[in-house]
Design a protein around this ligand. Sequence first.
Ligand code: TEU
Length: 599
Amino acid sequence: MSTRTQQQDITAQRPGTGSGPGGTPAWWTDAVVYQIYPRSFADSDGDGIGDLGGIIAHLDHLQELGVDVVWLSPIYSSPQDDNGYDISDYQDIDPVFGTLEQFDELLGAVHARGMKLVMDLVVNHTSDEHPWFVESRSSPDSPKRDWYWWRAPRRGMEAGAPGAEPTNWQSAFSGSTWEYDEASGEYYLHLFSRKQPDLNWENPEVRQAVHAMMRWWLDRGVDGFRMDVINMISKDVAEDGHLHDGPPVDGTPWGDGSASFLCGPRIHEFLQEMHREVFAGRDAELITVGEMPGVTVEQAQLFTDPARAEVDMVFQFEHVGLDHGPGGKFDPEPLRLTDLKASLGRWQEGLEEVGWNSLYWNNHDQPRAVSRFGDDSPEHRVASATCLATLLHLHRGTPYVYQGEELGMTNAPFETIEDFRDIESVNHYRHAVAAGADPAGVLRGLRWSSRDNARTPVQWTAGANAGFTTGTPWIAVNPNHDEVNAETARAEPHSVFHHYRRLIELRHTEPVVALGDFTMLAPHHEQLYAFTRRLGDVELLVLANVSGEEVRTDLPEGWAGAELLIGNRPDGVVPGDEGLLRPWEARVHRRTRGAATQG
Ligand code: TEU
């Protein structure tokens, strides 16, 4: 860990770069996180579903890649309505994934390799099969009734009648956010599926129960939490309990209620309280990241300002919404590079002095970046995947690698609706077709944006089922595993895998990658993504051609002949033509400036 020491030496030069003791940068400023979606990672028992045994068996892969932290998507007891984001017991492991004993074994093995383990924390909602909700639902007089959002029908309407839902809010998974409960004549709120009722964070007992559960995991040895839709826990509720309608959403009977639950009035209070109750005294060793759809840079400054003690960083959604058309995520539009640069550049700037960015192209909810922002054809797949990787990992912030991204895994060739598994995709298809949409058109949108693109099994080998399982995989393996797989990638020095490995190593060894300031160049260029990073005397120039056509550019002054630190072309720079960037070429140059020229 000599890199950490190196980093501490330069901290005095840059205040405001982290929350470590005495103003030193926090450890996660030069860390890289790897996300595992356990269901799709590796299956050890042949039931076709990934599990803890599969993760334990593949830790060498992560260690070779060099990541510092492993984040596990939910492995808790769950009816699996939303693949584990519907939890029925926060303090046990779902049998499909393994046991608590196996979890302890995994945690020990991760720690033994010098990595940390982060759990997914899903506390905006539980499963409807969680004992808390079962109790809450049992009667309007239940002591846990108020742990969830129970409401009477809309005033003047008959319970259960069409349009009688308490508000017009539209669920993320289609339809109303309210489910009618015939037994009591009331409705309960679910921002996601009807099997994911929202917890009522206004109730202090709910908050205390969540805090206790979180402490239990920390005491067991986990190193932090990725907090699912954590900016939705505070709802804008009037004193009399009223929740407000949102503006109508075109083409549906439902409205957009997001203004009533994104970053609601008590969100900072709830996160500060959680920090006091759960993290205080031990937060220096931990990492917390809040997933926050719709969060703005200004809000993120508040959430991640170390002085406010809320979360270390947030997942923002701006850059992954830039290719959404008027009809939303299933109505894609081509991405304009200038929009991407404007957005990411603004986040770099906004969190430069206070707070910290997380950096990601992929996760289990997003289509594969190489298919979406790159070019997954055989000709350009490796170059575009490594180009995107270079860009992301050279920004300032903590990079997140989603399983398979390091292999350049692509979107899947889904054909019919039967090929999809995700509740969001399946519900969307059903609702859209029922409302009269052309099924072929709906399928086109799903093929592009479905979360299932990220959830096909990790491609370990060219063999049967890509080495993921000896059984029948729960979702089809991508047929391109004959070419795109870990075994082949590890053997090929210029593979996507080895490029990620080198980028991760660079963050550990070059303090400027972690902590340098960021200056965007050529903001109006539609193919060239270029920026500089600087820390003290050391300066990096990052140049990337985000297109399949050649780009010729003039290097900024003083950069001719500068050292090539890393590039994604096996043959380096075109001799005598440094300004030429071939399709998807990405390079990082480095120079050291004399003290006299420092600005
Ligand atoms: O996702 C929250 C979220 O807002 C979206 O990214 C969501 O996945 C959906 O695509 C909206 O179109 C989180 C989890 O990451 C996701 O897997 C869960 O389904 C969701 O919360 C509910 O827990």
